[in-house]
Ligand binder design. Structure first.
Ligand code: SF4
Length: 371
């Protein structure tokens, strides 16, 4: 039995978290199982069970961004300003606010000369320029996998290609990537956008994508694009990141067996919202997304034998453990991990934070840490 299983009394079949592909989300301290008694153990036909997806929760880019804010607070003292939510998770944002972070929408809300962190979703060159003009000390916590897409956009724009960026209009990542080459980028929101798309030159087209989309829907969009524009070029590598893909693969395996899937994640978290959609597409009888365990309703569990549980890439593991505790109250104490991949990726911290005030390499320079 793993340490976690012993602590919670709910997870006898969960292997140690470091072995199931979530090295940066293990609980740092022993945690007592929390009984709220909010959910009741109502009888169903057959045995109740939880299928727990792995990988789930924090990805390397989110962990790096959150550590960057914590380290900036340590290093420079509060307040540290953060442009937009550092990652799309209510709990994380509120926790960092309590530590002294101030979240703003734009850099013109930051006092001149202050410290500002750019979020994991990335920023356009215009935002970087505006921060420079205000004399801000900027720490760029853009996920390196988002930066990779920015570089691809710049490179294709230099070749005078028209870039069809598959993604959601208004999402911060899409705004940041579009800002790299606004005259060369057209956003494609969904497969249905393809029919009405107007392009400059069908011979000089390439597609890129937001990192947190549904893999299946993106491939359908590409298929329809290629039907209309046979000369469409592919990007050099996948833009949908490893974390998004891995979490979708895990929930696809669980969904056909699940009477109910619960996704922990915030409503503005693209990859969390996609997990709920993917669960339904792959056979879950019902699926809900919640920020916190306290949002789970008793009626969702009526007649439910098997509950699938997963969490988005910006969700700390403690929120999943709270959900498991509540489900155990309702009789779902048999928890089985469904492991579809191992993850051990960590990213270096932003360069401004790799050394401490004395110039020594910081022990958390690699970004990842055990929670
Ligand atoms: S979801 Fe993917 S792209 Fe986004 S922060 Fe995590 S690793 Fe980076």
């Amino acid at each position: 039995m793993s340490d976690t299983a012993q602590q919670t009394g709910t997870a006898q079949q969960i292997p140690n978290q470091r072995t199931i592909g979530a090295p940066v989300v293990s609980l740092a301290m022993p945690r007592l199982r929390r009984e709220t008694g909010r959910l009741k153990d109502r009888p169903v036909d057959g045995a109740k069970k939880v299928l727990l997806a792995a990988p789930r929760g924090y990805c390397a880019g989110v962990d790096r961004a959150v550590v960057a804010v914590e380290k900036a607070l340590d290093r420079y003292g509060a307040p540290v300003y953060v442009r937009k939510q550092i990652v799309h998770n209510v709990h994380v944002v509120k926790t960092l606010e309590k530590m002294g972070a101030i979240f703003v929408d734009e850099v013109d809300e930051v006092p001149e000369g202050a410290n500002v962190v750019f979020s994991a979703h990335g920023v356009s060159p215009a935002v970087v320029g505006a921060a420079e003009e205000r004399g801000l000390h900027a720490i760029d916590a853009t996920c390196p996998l988002v930066t990779k897409v920015h570089r691809e956009a710049v490179r294709f724009a230099k070749q005078d290609m028209e870039i069809l960026l598959i993604g959601h209009t208004g999402h911060e990542e899409v705004e940041g990537t579009s800002g790299e080459a606004p005259d060369h980028i057209t956003i494609v929101n969904s497969p249905d956008d393809v029919d009405t798309l107007e392009v400059r030159d069908p011979e000089r087209l390439v597609w890129l994508s937001q990192t947190t989309l549904s893999v299946d829907e993106t491939m359908e969009t590409v298929r329809r694009l290629r039907e209309r524009f046979p000369k469409l070029q592919d990007p050099p590598s996948d833009d949908i990141c490893y974390a998004t893909q891995n979490r979708q693969v895990a929930i696809k395996k669980i969904a056909p067996q699940a009477d109910l899937v619960i996704v922990v994640g915030s409503s503005n978290s693209s990859n969390s919202v996609r997990l709920k959609e993917v669960a339904l597409e792959y056979g879950a009888k019902a699926a809900f997304r919640v920020d916190f365990a306290s949002e789970v309703r008793q009626e969702w569990l009526e007649g439910v034998r098997t509950v699938g549980v997963t969490s988005g890439a910006s969700v700390p593991e403690v929120l999943v453990q709270e959900l498991l505790d509540d489900l155990a109250d309702a009789g779902y104490s048999d928890v089985e991990a469904t492991v579809t991949a191992e993850e051990d990726l960590v990213f270096s911290l932003p360069k401004e934070l790799r050394q401490d005030a004395n110039g020594k390499r910081d022990e958390r320079a690699l970004g990842g840490r055990v929670r």
